[in-house]
Design a binder for this molecule. Structure first.
Ligand SMILES: C[S@@+](CC[C@H](N)C(=O)[O-])C[C@H]1O[C@@H](n2cnc3c(N)ncnc32)[C@H](O)[C@@H]1O
Length: 455
């Protein structure tokens, strides 16, 4: 018999928030039927309007609070929640850190893996930390605007102060937006697939202060490009690189395949743990440099190197962890799927006079098998995969190589737990506590370091 859903769209209900989802939404129940509600916290009592009903759950909007949580702090700007750029802005920072610790602990406990999860290492000032922004450029009420999409939509919410980004990046976006307005460069229209400017990407070195702007365009030509480039340089003295990336596809992927230099050099440089890194537009680079130094120091410490070891750094990006490890190991092998990132990694090795690091462009899962077949015997494997975690074939090959230690840097506790379980099935156990590090304050994202050792 079809189950009757107990709530209806556009109806209001008085509910008590019971929990917080991994996405940071409050959960209330009506007759055991969950409603997910933004900007609400456990213990709060709210009147909620149901905005969307699905088979097994609904979404709602809090209209009024009859009881608020002592963990609540004032909301700074609704746009931060609407767009999801800082969807935990209403939760006091120490509680955000607890939420993240709890998140990791709960995922392990659901999988019945007994492990200690330490308190999350947080930031002293958990704002304005991001060293990179990618903002869509759209027409809103006939005006060229930059900002961010309302969650689950492609409606642009104009934003000038992004709260979690380096303020110099916010400033660069406004300067660029105003020049697009001045020279009447048409913003991209997604529905009609028309217009010139799709996105602006800005990166700024935390230590170096070097600034890069990348215009992502639908067209190969940007009208008035020389004037725009000249005025950008005049208004932003930290600029070292202006690039154009052309993306002619109807896609949510931001960057296209072709990138050309408009002015300056094709990369910025920045430092991490005393090493210098070149970072080009399409390469991954950790967005929170202050926390990254803590994260990497921890990963290096946990790797327990003496200078004699062979180490694999899978998903190495531009070689940041690899080169930091190379200073304490005999030989490091890094692999990443992005060609430009590996080119950066090779340049970065040279820049830092590191000769014991070798980098390959490949899928980590393929390369791990290639290394295994070639008889490579790493003492330590470091993995730092994207959110989807490790491919089972990588776990298989890595386990066959039988390293003493695997250091798992994870940005998604649920795939971490799945992968840890797979390593445990192949003769590994968790060694020591799991350490969450807050790379993304004001958002529900959780980063952590786990060490596995051979039984
Ligand atoms: C979370 S980042 C970590 C990068 C680097 N360890 C760092 O801290 O800067 C994940 C990296 O995995 C790479 N990547 C994604 N899928 C991959 C795959 N199948 N094989 C190898 N690398 C992959 C991305 O290009 C990205 O550089």
């Amino acid at each position: 018999m079809k189950k009757q859903v107990p709530v209806f769209k556009n109806n209001d209900y008085n509910v008590k928030i019971q929990d917080l989802t991994y996405q940071g939404m409050g959960v209330a129940k009506v007759d055991d039927f969950p409603i997910f509600i933004e900007n609400t916290l456990p213990g709060e009592e709210v009147k909620v309007r149901v905005t969307k009903v699905q088979k097994n759950f609904a979404f709602g909007r809090a209209l009024e609070w009859t009881e608020t949580s002592p963990d609540r702090v004032p909301e700074l700007d609704k746009a931060y929640t609407q767009t999801g750029i800082a969807s935990l802005q209403h939760l006091a920072y120490p509680k955000q850190l607890e939420f993240k610790q709890h998140q990791v602990a709960e995922d392990f406990s659901k999988a019945k893996i007994d492990v200690d999860v330490l308190p999350t290492i947080g930031m002293e000032d958990p704002t304005h930390y991001r060293n990179k922004a990618q903002v869509p450029v759209r027409s809103v009420k006939g005006k060229t605007e930059t900002g961010f999409y309302r969650q689950h939509s492609h409606d642009l919410v104009p934003i000038e102060d992004f709260y979690i980004q380096d303020p110099k990046i916010d400033e660069a976006i406004i300067v660029a937006r105003d020049l697009l307005r001045k020279y009447m460069i048409t913003p991209y229209d997604e529905l009609q697939d028309k217009g010139v400017m799709r996105n602006i990407m800005v990166r700024r070195g935390y230590y170096s202060h070097q600034l890069m702007i990348v215009f992502v365009t639908r067209t190969k030509k940007i009208p008035m490009v020389d004037e725009i480039v000249k005025e950008l340089g005049e208004q932003l003295p930290e600029l070292v690189s202006i690039m154009q990336n052309v993306n002619q596809k109807k896609t949510n992927v931001i960057m296209g395949k072709s990138t050309k230099l408009l002015w300056g050099k094709g990369y910025i440089e920045d430092q991490l743990l005393g090493l210098t890194f070149a970072i080009s537009p399409r390469s991954f680079y950790q967005v929170n440099p202050q926390q990254t130094e803590k994260l990497y120091s921890l990963a290096i410490e946990k790797a327990g190197l003496t200078g004699q070891e062979t180490v694999i750094d899978a998903y190495c990006g531009i070689g940041t962890i690899s080169l930091a490890l190379a200073q304490h190991a005999q030989q490091v092998y890094g692999v990443d799927i992005v060609f430009d990132a590996i080119e950066d990694a090779k340049i970065n090795a040279q820049k830092n006079h590191i000769t014991n690091a070798n980098f390959v462009t490949a899928k980590a899962e393929d390369q791990m098998q290639t290394w295994e077949e070639a008889g490579l015997k790493p003492d330590v494997i470091v993995v730092d995969p994207p959110r989807k975690g490790l491919d089972e074939s990588l776990i298989e090959a890595a386990s066959h190589m039988a390293p003493k230690k695997i250091v798992y840097v994870s940005c998604n506790p649920s795939t971490l737990v799945r992968d840890v379980q797979r390593f445990m099935d192949r003769g590994y156990h968790i060694s020591g506590p799991v350490q969450p590090v807050d790379q993304f304050p004001q958002t529900p994202h959780v980063e952590s370091v786990t060490v596995l050792e051979k039984d």
